[in-house]
Design a protein around this ligand. Structure first.
Ligand code: UDP
Ligand code: MG
Length: 315
């Protein structure tokens, strides 16, 4: 059985189009499949459409969150609830072409891969500054993290059951999928695809949101920033020590002429700033640890049709 997980946040325009398209492709490759939609607290008619679709098609399952918990939580819920032997993640906006499903399915089923991931070959149609930051992010994170991050790798992926189980086992609260994919490993096949425009609606990612998200990724998959601030601390200490000796020697030889106020002011600002920065970085890790220790649920399901269908079976 194939499960496809589709996170939906205000996708009322794209959903019906996505459903038609995905259904057509799925029916061509496998008789048994489920479409698991996760409504991530949409404020438009997304939930109504999901209810409707599930009424007329038993392959449609949906989980509806009590509010917007973010795409990461929606994906996690999807992974936990997917029952298929093969699980696919894809966006509802048709940016991930369902036509590629067949190729992915064959790669796992016949070629012995555990993961098949779509990889964007061009960043065409993306703002220049965004591409630039994105490249920097991948360069940095790959230097400082043990998990592999692949530039252009999308969330459009198919997994075998054991990979899904491995990802579900990573129950961390601060989830960063791109890191989780690399961290769990497994034999991965990359299939190239061209960036397609969204069919309807707008992206919910602003530049600022993406930037913060990339910082999340660094903090979730690397502790190198903590090491860097320790090294900066040591450097400051060494410089300060040498300088101190110099001042003492100078005073002993030439007396104390009371000069050097600008130097003093600069040093104060520099050291003060670096302490502030270091505290900030430590604070980030501490905050993540704090959230992690609360062990809150990743999401709250307000409504679903899953149980209803099981009850139908029992009757
Ligand atoms: N999404 C979600 N929760 C959110 C934001 C987005 O479930 O808080 C879903 C959205 O409905 C879509 C997918 O995540 O199916 C990708 O979102 P989007 O297309 O806005 O991102 P982009 O493709 O621009 O990276
Ligand atoms: Mg999109």
């Amino acid at each position: 059985m194939i499960s496809i997980i589709v996170p939906c946040f205000n996708e009322q325009e794209s959903l019906p189009l996505f459903y038609e398209e995905a259904k057509k492709v799925l029916e061509g490759i496998e008789q048994s499949y489920e479409m698991l939609f996760v409504n991530d607290g949409s404020s438009d008619g997304t939930l109504d459409i999901l209810r409707e679709l599930s009424e007329k098609d038993t392959a449609v399952k949906y989980l509806s969150f009590s509010r917007n918990f973010g795409k990461e939580s929606a994906m996690y819920a999807g992974l936990q609830h997917a029952k298929g032997d093969y699980v696919v993640m894809m966006d509802a906006d048709l940016q991930h072409p369902p036509a590629m499903l067949e190729e992915m399915y064959l790669a796992i089923k016949e070629e012995g891969y555990d993961v098949v991931a779509a990889r964007r070959v061009s960043r065409k149609g993306e703002p220049l500054i965004r591409s630039l930051f994105s490249r920097c992010f991948y360069r940095i994170i790959n230097k400082i993290s043990s998990a592999e991050f692949v530039d252009g790798a999308s969330d459009f992926r198919m997994f075998s059951r054991k990979v899904v189980d491995a990802m579900v086992e990573m129950g961390e609260y601060n989830r960063f999928l791109k890191g989780i994919f690399g961290w769990v490993g497994f034999k991965t096949k990359w299939v190239p695809y061209e960036n397609v425009e969204r069919v309807a609606g707008g992206t919910s990612w602003s530049f600022w949101k993406l930037f913060l998200y990339s910082l999340e990724g660094i903090i979730a998959f690397s502790t190198v920033p903590l090491g860097i601030i320790s090294i900066i601390g040591v450097m400051f200490f060494v410089v300060a020590f040498v300088w101190m000796i110099g001042i003492i020697v100078r005073t002993l030889i030439w007396g104390d002429p009371v000069a050097g106020f600008p130097t003093l002011a600069c040093m104060l600002l520099l050291i003060g700033g670096s302490i502030q920065l270091s505290l900030g970085i430590i604070g980030q890790y501490l905050a993540k640890t704090y959230l992690e220790t609360k062990r809150r649920p990743h999401y709250i399901i307000a409504e679903t049709n899953e149980r209803k269908q099981n009850e139908d079976k029992q009757v």
